[in-house]
Design a protein around this ligand. Structure first.
Ligand SMILES: [Zn+2]
Length: 420
């Protein structure tokens, strides 16, 4: 704990305004905002350190290559526009979702750009994204809100997340990933930024802000393939920059064990190998990682360590509530069988979980329990019934997170359960 605390203090004391002095554009404003939070609330450092310890503890026990399920994150995109160009189309938004899904599922067309020496590090993160199908009130939605505004550079103010000040209120961050797409800097000089769960973001502003010019694909020369969102969503899952924001020092890292140490960020399209004083031997630094600053065309991968850290943050921080979100479940005729009808109590539990399921008609039920490595640890089948009420006993298994898969003829439910 102490080591982590010192590291965090060092990292954030070393951060200065990003390389704005050498680059016309600021790829990511996230570290600057984290530094400002630390400056205004020094006691936050202890909270960040405690969160880091939880992530590290989880990581030590869950070095899983394969999770038991794919987690789908419901997304809402708030478009704030002053003119037609800023009012990006539904198609452009869908394109960005497609890019996120490709990158986080390792389905991107350009994994061929990963050097052979790093190919084995690249993984499917088993996280994907949907445009929300129901809003916070349970009404059907396309996952997009639009608002004509008058405020210039609203993304560089604290108004973008406040409807009463001209912006757009957040949808409950417990159930949605909120994007605000707007003008951040009139010259397009700031691409985007995100909140970070370890930094205890406020419930009203917890999300990702992307300048409208960089959301989806575009004709920009460097940042044109939607990787600004891929990068910022990494921060939203608590990933740090791959070089540790330590300005050339090799003492700090990104708290991910399989990403090589790296002195500083890369811009443009670096040639492989890129050797520096922190990784002086072949194959050098992992500059083609989504958490570096290379051009969009030069970013190709997350590592297993980064995936594990994201799942650790999903499991140990306030992002935990996303497992139960219904944001991707359409409001429809089969709603009577939706997951509201399934309850698991208590959860967390010391070992005994009560599963209750209300069904429209009598149906056979099967329950499978998986650990986080995807291994089936328990399986039960039950005779047809409409008021299902059974107990699952996990007392003989280790404490931690498990996934319950409940199958009936007409539906499948996936639920995270926690034994502690
Ligand atoms: Zn960043």
């Amino acid at each position: 704990m102490k080591k982590i605390y010192v590291l965090i203090a060092l990292i954030y004391s070393l951060i200065v305004v990003l390389s704005a002095t050498t680059q016309a554009q600021i790829r990511c404003k996230t570290p600057k905002l984290m530094q400002e939070l630390i400056n205004t609330s020094p006691e936050l450092q202890e909270k960040v350190a405690a969160s880091e310890q939880k992530i590290e503890d989880w990581t030590q026990t869950h070095k899983a290559a394969k999770m038991a399920t794919v987690l789908t994150i419901p997304v809402v995109v708030h478009v704030l526009y002053r003119n037609g160009a800023q009012n990006i189309s539904d198609a452009q938004i869908q394109l960005q979702l497609d890019i996120l899904n490709s990158d986080y599922r390792k389905r991107n067309y350009d994994t061929t750009g990963i050097p052979a020496a790093f190919k084995s590090l690249s993984v499917d993160c088993e996280i994907d994204f949907c445009l929300a199908k129901r809003d916070p009130l349970g009404n059907p939605t396309n996952g997009i809100t639009r608002k004509a505004i008058t405020i210039k550079e609203i993304g560089n103010t604290n108004k973008y997340f406040k409807s009463n000040l001209g912006g757009q209120d957040i949808w409950n961050r417990d159930h949605y990933l909120n994007f605000w797409v707007c003008e951040i800097d009139s010259m397009g000089g700031i691409l985007g930024y995100s909140t970070v769960p370890s930094f205890n973001p406020t419930a009203s502003s917890d999300g990702v802000v992307i300048d409208y010019r960089y959301f989806g694909t575009s004709s920009n020369s460097h940042y044109n393939k939607g990787r600004t969102a891929t990068h910022e969503v990494g921060h939203w899952f608590d990933l740090q920059h791959i070089w540790g924001d330590d300005f050339g020092s090799c003492s700090n890292d990104d708290f991910v064990s399989d990403t090589p140490l790296q002195g500083a960020e890369h811009y443009g399209m670096p040639a492989f190998p890129s050797i520096d004083s922190c990784s002086p031997a072949f194959p050098g630094t992992l500059f083609m990682n989504y958490m570096d600053y290379t051009d969009d065309s030069g970013m190709h991968m997350f590592t297993l360590g980064q995936k594990t850290r994201m799942w650790a943050a999903l499991s140990t921080t306030l992002r935990d509530s996303l497992f139960a979100s219904k944001g991707c479940v359409p409001v429809g005729i089969d709603e009577s069988i939706a997951s509201t009808e399934l309850s698991i109590h208590p959860n967390p539990s010391s070992g005994i979980f009560n599963f209750k399921l209300q069904l429209k008609k009598s149906e056979a039920v099967s329950i499978q329990i998986f650990d986080l490595t995807g291994h089936l640890i328990l399986q039960k089948s039950y005779l047809p019934q409409s008021n299902f009420n059974e107990f699952i006993d996990l007392t003989e298994f280790a404490n931690g997170c498990y996934f319950a898969k409940i199958d009936v003829n007409t539906a499948t439910f996936n639920k995270k359960i926690v034994k502690n």
